[in-house]
Design a protein around this ligand. Structure first.
Ligand code: NDP
Ligand code: ZN
Length: 355
């Protein structure tokens, strides 16, 4: 079958012919429809995040997918049903997976399909146990692969709300750092009717005209240019916000978030920076966090419950938004173009099949 893979020692993905997987006992065979590409895929390609699946000298890419059940193979799934797979799998079972919280498992207690130690979904077929598949309606055939990235933000928001649940928190404003795909999906999430936030901001570093700025404003957010208004200056330039969601991977933002937060505010850090040493006034930030009851936390990955939340969220997004963030739709034969980085594009997707 056709699969988009990264081979050991190479720095560009290629279309390869690999064996079609056979489902084991308790596993279903899935036919892939679409697989989204994000920054993590580029990191996997550049420095092979976590290693190839054991025994293989290539890794099938892709962790954001929507697929059809081809062969239920005795599981409770129905052939023809549409599903979205989660990312983490147990190397061997452990308490995190048993509790349905693989997203909280420490390094070494999981593999990640398409990222760390396991093949991904960018192939004509893949296999999976049903417990790692989330059913989605037929209307998700085109954009269902967005459930995975949205679920990462659902997790962060769930943790933020839980972290402020010990008192009467009345959040009104939120700031998203980063206008990449994750930042824009999160802004859209914070702008859906069920969101508690009345005012939203999104930080980038682009000149107008720019498609991401158009999307921010059409969603109802205020664009903040970090070259004019730093995260630290946010409170003076606009307002101190109740919730910050960091999706730039720019390490200084983690600390500057403390200044952007209003008293009792909470900041979620999602970006994954490389090592970077710089100076900060740690004493001031420490004091500010304590005396203003501020909170910072990190968040990675997501679980089935958060995929379910992301399903509802995706259904609530305006149609124009999903159309606008998907800026490239490619066949597997167009792998080079699908993985090309350009500033006009926001998010690309590889299409293996249609419903
Ligand atoms: P991108 O790299 O596509 O987006 C990052 C965005 O932040 C870009 O648009 C970039 O602007 C902007 N940016 C970077 N530095 C600054 C700055 N100093 N000021 C203003 N804007 C800035 O990544 P994604 O959207 O795919 O993901 C965001 C981050 O989240 C990444 O670090 C990724 O690794 C991580 N991630 C984490 C997950 C988790 O579960 N924790 C899940 C998925 C992703 P420009 O394009 O103009 O350069
Ligand atoms: Zn992703």
């Amino acid at each position: 079958m056709r699969a988009v893979v990264i081979r050991r020692g190479e720095s560009r993905p290629t279309l390869a012919n690999v064996p079609r997987p056979t489902p084991g006992a308790g596993e279903a065979l899935l036919r892939t429809l679409r697989v989204g590409i994000d920054g993590t895929d580029h990191e996997v390609i550049q420095n092979n995040h976590g290693g190839f699946p054991s025994g293989d000298d290539y890794q099938i890419l892709g962790h954001e997918a929507v697929a059809v059940v081809e062969d239920a193979n005795g599981t409770a799934l129905k052939a023809g049903e549409l599903v979205v797979p989660t990312v983490r799998r147990p190397p061997e079972t452990n308490k995190y997976f048993e509790r349905g919280e693989p997203d909280m498992a420490p390094d070494g207690q999981y593999v990640e399909r398409g990222i760390v130690g396991a093949h991904g979904y960018m192939s004509e077929f893949f296999t999976s146990s049903p417990e790692f598949l989330v059913s989605v309606p037929d209307s998700f055939a085109e954009y269902g692969f967005l459930v995975e990235p949205i679920s990462n933000s659902e997790k962060a928001l769930e943790h933020a709300l839980a972290a402020r649940s010990a008192f009467e928190w009345e959040p009104e404003s939120a700031l998203v750092l980063g206008n990449g795909p994750l930042g824009l999906l999160t802004l859209a999430m914070l702008e859906t009717p069920s969101s508690p936030f009345q005012r939203t901001y999104c930080l980038g570093r682009r000149d107008r005209p720019d498609p991401t700025i158009d999307i921010i404003e059409r969603l109802g957010g205020t664009y903040v240019d970090s070259r004019e208004t730093s995260v630290e200056a946010m409170a003076d330039a606009h307002e101190a916000v109740d919730f910050v969601y960091e999706a730039t991977g720019y390490a200084k933002h983690a600390f500057e978030t403390v200044d952007a937060l209003a008293p009792n505010g909470v900041g979620a850090l999602l970006g994954i920076p490389g090592d970077w040493e710089f100076e900060i006034d740690g004493g001031r930030l420490h004091r500010e966090m304590v005396l203003q009851n501020k909170m910072l936390f990190g968040s990675v990955n997501s679980n089935v419950r958060q995929f379910e939340m992301a399903k509802k969220r995706l259904a609530a997004f305006p149609d124009w938004f999903v159309d606008d963030i998907i800026t490239g739709v490619y066949t597997p034969e167009e792998t080079d173009a699908a993985f090309e980085k350009n500033t006009d594009g926001i998010k690309t997707v590889v299409v293996f099949d249609t419903r």
